[in-house]
Design a protein around this ligand. Structure first.
Ligand code: SAM
Length: 229
């Protein structure tokens, strides 16, 4: 594959809240492809309507991606160009994308992934913890394996980044105290780029007390300071 070949699939990051967080190039691509593959066509429809993008939206999510990949590859081989978007942020980051990207690569189809919004980067940078090396763990397992993973992560010396749902935050912070100790520093970012954006950073017990006060709402990134010698 060389750079003069036409691109079949563009992976296009979209805003994680604030609709202005989209690049000029992302808008240009979304206006120029034949088809937009969207995790939720209704949600992506809000974005395309806002930016007057008049391209067909086709659903592509975790429940249909396995069935759809072969058909999409065939259409791309026939010359159609596509953009993959998810509900928010960068497709493939705790979102569908990996299967389609892998299939394109193994079929020799050219892909481009645009740089753009993703939730873990602003949360990591706002935490004030070291950013030179970090591990991204995505969502922790809900039940099986959660304790084992937390035990392992308690020994990690690099900064750790996790995605978590608001209704599991308290329980996860309690479990972290068990393995990381009360004084380990943690930073919780909620509703990044949105009206109620909040980042609370401190020892685990203080962060737990802060979020214990009222029902936690919105989207959450947890950043944990790495183990210090
Ligand atoms: N593809 C997305 C990305 O690039 O960040 C992640 C999608 S994943 C299904 C959704 C999770 O991302 C949420 O549960 C939350 O942990 C995190 N997230 C997304 N938007 C966020 C925001 N505005 N503030 C904080 N966390 C956010």
């Amino acid at each position: 594959m060389n750079s003069s070949e036409p691109t079949s699939l563009f992976v296009v990051p979209t805003p994680i809240g604030n609709l202005e967080d989209i690049t000029l190039r992302a808008l240009h691509i979304l206006k120029s492809v034949n088809l937009i593959l969207a995790e939720d066509t209704r949600k992506s429809g809000i974005l395309t309507k806002h930016y007057e993008i008049d391209k067909p939206l086709n659903s592509f999510h975790i429940f249909n991606e396995h069935q759809k990949v072969a058909g999409l590859i065939k259409r791309m081989k026939d010359g159609e160009t596509m953009a993959l978007v998810s509900d928010a942020g960068t497709p493939g980051i705790s979102d569908p994308g990996f299967l389609l990207v892998r299939a394109c690569l193994s079929e020799g189809l050219k892909i481009e992934c645009l740089p753009g919004p993703t939730a873990f980067v602003p949360a990591l940078v706002k935490s004030g913890f070291p950013t030179d090396r970090f591990v991204f763990e995505g969502f922790l397992p809900h039940k099986k394996g959660k304790h084992t993973l937390l035990k392992k992560l308690a020994e990690e010396e690099r900064t750790i980044v996790l995605y978590e749902s608001p209704h599991r935050l308290e329980k996860t912070l309690e479990q972290m105290i068990e393995f990381f100790g009360e004084q380990r520093l943690v930073s919780v970012s909620r509703e990044l780029t949105k009206v109620h954006e909040e980042t609370f950073t401190g020892p685990l017990t203080e962060v737990l007390a802060h979020f214990h006060k009222e029902k936690v709402r919105g989207e959450i990134v947890i950043v944990i300071d790495g183990k210090k010698e």
